[in-house]
Design a protein around this ligand. Structure first.
Ligand code: HEC
Length: 401
């Protein structure tokens, strides 16, 4: 019996990350919605207690009556729910997943020798620097005069993220670069909760209990960070699943495509924020769709422009030549008994030990080796354009038979 511990650990972490992420983002969307849908309290007794807004809702067979206090209730309730562990666990599980896949497996999952021949240690160090540097830069910006204007701040932060995406794309392989932009944003979001929102709320509660009036700055700062988190959610969610979509990153300007997707995510979020406030702007919805189409066209154009024109006559390639290429570049992982240090089982169970199997996966192979070129993973073996074209010519000829 063989137990592939790493792979089970990775599965458990990803599962946890998804669950906590849903809990975090779900509750954060709920509170934004709630805030935007509060109506003035009707009952005089309530307004006298300090209730500024309320909302009635029905869900799962029960009626709910939420009340928001403009400052705080006169007396602190015995139990107060904080909503913070969702954020902390999302970050912790995400970081462990990043470490397990991209840092432990840095030589394949992070380094692209064709771009930059980094040692795995150096690659990990650089990756971590972006996470820490991202938070420091963001926090300084928020505290600078720029932080006072949401629009100007948003623009500068967006430019900084785009610049980071570009820099990461020069250093790492395409997937590793994308995931690090996501990890940067996720780190900023979780640190906002951990370093600013929760501590400030704690100070406010302490002041209230002591009968002092809290510094309004504390609340303003927390509100600002909360708003930033709100606009960063959709882009970071895309990056979490981006690994499955080479059409976005597998081109020389993947960083620009990512920045375009960031704009789309921002627009969609803005549309819903306004809609929740009763200011539905259909123009924004249309703009989001147009921007999405724009990103599609842009990505396709970059892909096309980067196409290297090595073509071989279909039918001129023998199976022996193909066998040799597959043995050199694929079999270490895609085999019944893989010998790659990170794979005890063939990825997705896809093996190329026999000619029949290569043909069975003909379309997928063309997609990954010729179109998106993200196989062989990490290109550790240095597969060349000519070899890709050779494989393509043979697959075409076999397909035509
Ligand atoms: C270092 C290990 C490694 C090497 C070498 C490698 N692959 Fe992969 N391959 C993977 C992993 C991991 C996945 C699953 C994740 C993904 O789809 O990106 C995968 C997925 C694939 C898929 C998609 C399978 C599916 O489920 O549809 C194809 C096709 C593929 N590889 C073809 C190739 C070909 C052809 C080569 C050689 C030119 C190659 N790979 C070399 C690791 C490798």
């Amino acid at each position: 019996m063989e137990l592939d511990f790493t792979s089970w650990l990775s599965m458990a972490l990803r599962w946890l990350h998804l669950i906590t992420g849903i809990a975090w983002i779900g509750s954060s969307f709920y509170f934004v919605w709630l805030d935007n849908n509060l109506r003035k309290a009707r009952d005089k007794a309530d307004t006298e207690k300090g209730v500024s807004g309320e909302l009635w809702a029905v869900h799962g067979g029960g009626f709910y009556h939420n009340q928001k206090y403009s400052v705080a209730p006169k007396e602190m309730p015995a139990e107060l729910h904080w909503f913070k562990w969702e954020a902390y666990f999302t970050w912790i599980s995400g970081f462990l997943l990043l470490a397990l896949i991209y840092y432990y497996g840095a030589s394949v999952f992070l380094v692209d020798a064709a771009k930059y021949d980094l040692s795995p240690m150096m690659a990990v160090f650089l990756g971590l620097s972006f996470l820490v540097g991202g938070w420091i830069g963001y926090d300084l910006l928020c505290r600078s005069p720029l932080g006072r204007s949401n629009g100007a701040f948003g623009l500068v932060w967006f430019i900084l993220l785009t610049f980071s995406a570009w820099a990461l794309a020069q250093l790492f392989n395409d997937r590793g670069a994308y995931i690090h932009v996501g990890a940067m944003i996720g780190t900023v979001m979780a640190a906002n909760v951990f370093m600013v929102i929760i501590p400030n709320q704690k100070k406010v509660v302490v002041d209230l209990i002591a009968g002092r009036s809290p510094d309004p700055k504390l609340g303003q700062m927390a509100k600002q960070r909360s708003l930033h988190n709100n606009y960063m959610t959709l882009p970071v969610l895309f990056i979490m699943i981006s690994n499955h979509y080479p059409q976005t990153f597998a081109n020389p300007y993947g960083w620009l495509v990512l920045s375009g997707i960031g704009v789309v995510g921002w627009l969609i979020r803005h549309f819903f924020n306004l809609k929740n406030q009763g200011r539905t702007h259909y123009g924004l919805a249309v703009l989001s769709v147009v921007a999405f189409l724009g990103v599609m066209v842009m990505a396709a154009y970059f892909k096309q422009a980067a196409k290297t024109d090595v073509t071989l006559e279909a039918g001129s390639v023998t199976y022996t030549a193909v066998r040799k290429i597959v043995n050199t570049h694929c079999i270490a992982c895609h085999s019944i008994s893989p010998r790659h240090e990170f794979f005890e089982e063939a990825p997705n169970g896809v093996t190329f030990d026999s000619k029949d199997n290569i043909l069975k996966y003909r379309d997928q192979i063309r997609q990954r080796v010729v179109v998106s070129k993200d196989m062989p993973l990490g290109n550790e073996t240095g597969m060349t354009e000519v070899e890709r074209a050779t494989l393509e010519a043979w697959l075409q000829a076999e397909g035509a038979k």
